[in-house]
Design a protein around this ligand. Structure first.
Ligand SMILES: Cc1cc2nc3c(=O)[nH]c(=O)nc-3n(C[C@H](O)[C@H](O)[C@H](O)COP(=O)(O)O)c2cc1C
Length: 405
């Protein structure tokens, strides 16, 4: 039997066989030859093998603890939020007693997020961190979501006042929260009481959380996710847009400070190191390994699946609120030793069908997943107890994404 290891690609981790790793490098002989010529130690030094998730691209994580008593402190918390493909599609404008959060429309994943659902959810994630930081600083935030109908790029406006500081569990979890793409513990279900507590975090208007925990339901969710991944990889435009946010060299990571990296893949350290030393993946290999890791790791080791749901998935305000709920749940999960990973493939296909007028194959399947009428999933995910501690992803700093008015 071929032993398999997952390798990060695109919006997800992907699986490669070790044999394939070696084939890619021209086999064991090539590795030995590389060692002899010093190429291996050169690649070890230049590919960040010995220093994962370090350098200027990761400085923002440490800046969370810098407190200057300024509104920029709140933005330092906001930029650590989750975002689709780590696009960080945000800009913050500081005004007197107010912070405005804007979408940056060109920081998009294109055909992977054809209806910009994920972009607005990402903005909601940043808004949640910003709000928690304002509460922790005693600034009594008052949030208005999409306050200007004439400007859809204005995702939220946060008025700051004064109140009692609230140093919450969720706030403290901000610098420790990372998407966990590793295998989760099989045979260890998440207790129903824990799932209920998480669902109760969906206090934003028009939001709720749905769980799939039974074997049959989990199988349906898993099958749909794998089929959607295959459909994305087979779709030239989607596969290209997915690959565009893959950062496979330290130079690209430090330059762009965004996107998906091998360090964020949830791989064991040695496998990650091998993945860095060997030559990078072509787009086709990248797609094939994404399908394999979705099928063999992500859906097979999930303790349960869930989704944040809203009444109207096309409504920007509801998307932003769903993002707040997702970020809140992920912070709560982090504080309670749980791993979470979004699995958006089924919606990425359903949205693409809708936008291009195709038969709603995935749209129909997604609708059938949800027993309750009047709710639509906007953020499907898996949950479980991690086997691997996730590493941080790169970030642009608060100063990079902030303007003053
Ligand atoms: C709207 C949205 C959609 C996402 N979809 C996926 C997904 O389908 N698969 C995945 O592995 N991660 C997904 N993520 C996680 C992001 O890739 C992750 O937040 C980003 O890379 C930053 O990493 P971090 O969460 O560890 O800080 C999604 C995140 C958001 C906010």
């Amino acid at each position: 039997m071929i032993e398999t290891v997952p390798v990060t690609t695109g919006s997800d981790t992907h699986t490669h066989s070790r044999r394939r790793f070696l084939r890619q490098a021209g086999g064991l002989a090539a590795l030995t030859a590389l060692t002899g010529t010093g190429v291996l130690s050169w690649r070890t030094a230049t590919q960040g093998v010995l220093s994962p998730a370090t350098g200027p691209a990761y400085v923002a994580w440490g800046q969370f603890h810098d407190r200057g008593g300024q509104p920029l402190d709140l933005v330092r918390a906001a930029v650590l939020a989750a975002s689709a493909h780590n696009t960080q599609p945000w800009r913050f404008r500081l005004a007197t007693g107010r912070i405005d959060l804007y979408a940056v429309p060109d920081r998009t994943t294109g055909t992977m997020d054809q209806l910009r659902r994920e972009m607005y959810i990402s903005l909601g994630c940043a808004l949640e961190n910003l709000t928690l930081a304002a509460q922790a600083a005693g600034l009594a935030p008052s949030v208005r979501v999409t306050p200007d109908p004439a400007d859809p790029t204005l995702a939220a406006s946060v008025q700051l006042g004064s109140g009692e500081p609230l140093d919450s569990l969720l706030y403290r979890a901000i610098p420790d929260r990372h998407t966990n793409r590793g295998p989760y513990r099989t045979g260890r279900p998440v207790p129903a009481g824990v799932l209920d507590e998480m669902a109760a975090l969906a206090t934003e208007p028009d939001t709720s959380v749905v769980w799939w925990t039974g074997a049959g339901d989990k199988h349906t969710f898993a099958d749909l996710t794998v089929r959607a991944t295959e459909a994305i990889v087979a779709d030239h435009a989607q596969a290209a847009d997915d690959y565009r946010w893959w950062r496979d060299t330290p130079a690209a990571i430090q330059h762009f400070r965004d996107g998906i990296t091998l360090d964020a893949s949830g791989l064991p350290p040695l496998v990650r190191a091998a993945g860095k030393i060997l030559p990078g993946q072509s787009r086709a290999e990248y797609g094939a390994s994404w399908i394999a890791s979705t099928r063999d790791t992500h859906v097979t080791t999930a303790a349960a699946f869930g989704a944040v749901v809203v009444h109207d998935p096309a409504d920007h305000a509801q998307r932003v609120r769903a993002g707040r709920v997702w970020q809140r749940m992920h912070l709560w999960a982090t504080a309670h030793g749980l791993g979470l990973q979004p699995l958006n493939q089924m919606l990425e296909r359903a949205d693409r069908e809708l936008a291009t007028g195709q038969q709603p194959v995935f749209g129909t399947a997604v609708a059938a997943l949800l027993p309750e009428r009047g709710w639509a999933p906007v953020m499907p995910f898996r949950i479980g107890y991690p086997t691997i501690d996730p590493l941080p992803s790169p970030r642009r700093s608060a100063a990079d994404v902030t303007t003053r008015s």
